[in-house]
Design a protein around this ligand. Structure first.
Ligand SMILES: NC(=O)c1ccc[n+]([C@@H]2O[C@H](COP(=O)([O-])OP(=O)(O)OC[C@H]3O[C@@H](n4cnc5c(N)ncnc54)[C@H](O)[C@@H]3O)[C@@H](O)[C@H]2O)c1
Length: 261
């Protein structure tokens, strides 16, 4: 369990779902973490890490605020002396609002957290990582950034923006030794999707969830954490500029009717 031994890592959205699972897994693999979330739940996650003998400090902060992003990156440098990886994972769904009812304020908030948040994480970690000559930046996008049909408009646009940001930034970082990639989760059982799972439970249709992908099930947070672990580790030393779906195969096919061939 030493795939991230001694590495200094920041994870945002660490209080729940994918970020929580990643914090616990990265700590088991030897990372020293700054776990960031806007909710106090992140304190319990850091406490769980410490109880298991790992290293994690919790910070309540807004991942879409430049002042807060500067503060949590400074904290990693102060506590651990370097920054090896940052996973800009915090996100909001924005709900499903009919197009005609969407307001500019609604769009601004979804874009602020989901797209400007990763931009700020990138902007403020780059100087330290380029100085070191190494680093891994991970951003959580979504299958909703690749195709329609998985979210509302602002969310899909924000995640498509994350993918573009990652691709463009990989080239901005040419020759620095710093890598950047996006993960694109499919339907994962987390706090964000709890209403979907709760509704299905009420209706007795839980077995219908996740049936569109060839694995015929929703994903679990630890399955995303495992991809993040790979990308943060030196094992991914030649993986750069990619948007990697972790979706049970959902985006591998065009929509089709009838039986698979
Ligand atoms: N669950 C899915 O099916 C799914 C699918 C595709 C993409 N994603 C993405 O995965 C990421 C993680 O979400 P999740 O599914 O684990 O949901 P989640 O709601 O369980 O966790 C998200 C965490 O982010 C935190 N957060 C939200 N806004 C924040 C902010 N401004 N500053 C700091 N923290 C903030 C929340 O408090 C929460 O703890 C998000 O970017 C989400 O868009 C999720």
């Amino acid at each position: 369990m030493t795939r991230l031994a001694g590495k200094s890592v920041i994870i945002t959205g660490a209080g729940s779902g994918i970020g929580r699972a990643a914090t616990l897994l990265f700590a088991k693999e030897g990372a020293r973490l700054i776990a960031v979330d806007r909710t106090e739940a992140v304190k319990e996650v850091a406490a769980e890490v410490k109880k298991a003998g790992g290293t994690a400090e919790a910070l309540t902060a807004d991942a879409g605020s430049e002042k807060d992003v500067i503060a949590f990156i400074d904290r990693a440098l102060k506590d651990y002396g370097r920054l090896d990886a940052i996973w800009a994972n915090a996100g909001v769904s924005g709900g499903l609002v009919p197009l005609a009812d969407q307001t500019v304020e609604h769009w601004q908030e979804v874009l602020r957290v989901n797209l400007i948040g990763p931009f700020l994480a990138i902007k403020h970690s780059i100087p330290h990582m380029t100085r070191q000559g190494s680093g891994s930046i991970i951003c959580t996008a979504s299958v909703a950034g690749l195709k329609a049909g998985a979210s509302g408009h602002p969310y899909g646009a924000s995640k498509a923006g994350v993918i573009s940001l990652v691709q463009t930034t990989a080239y901005s970082l040419s020759g620095t030794g710093v890598r950047i990639n996006a993960v694109c989760p499919g339907l994962i059982e987390t706090g964000m999707t709890k209403p979907v799972f709760d509704r299905a439970k009420e209706r007795g249709t839980s077995d219908k969830i996740g049936q569109l992908n060839p694995l015929k099930r929703p994903g679990q947070p630890h399955e995303l954490a495992a991809m993040g672990l790979f990308l943060a580790s030196d094992e991914a030393s030649y993986v750069n500029g990619q948007a990697i779906p972790v979706d049970g195969g959902l985006t591998a096919s065009m929509p089709y009717t009838g039986k698979p061939i």
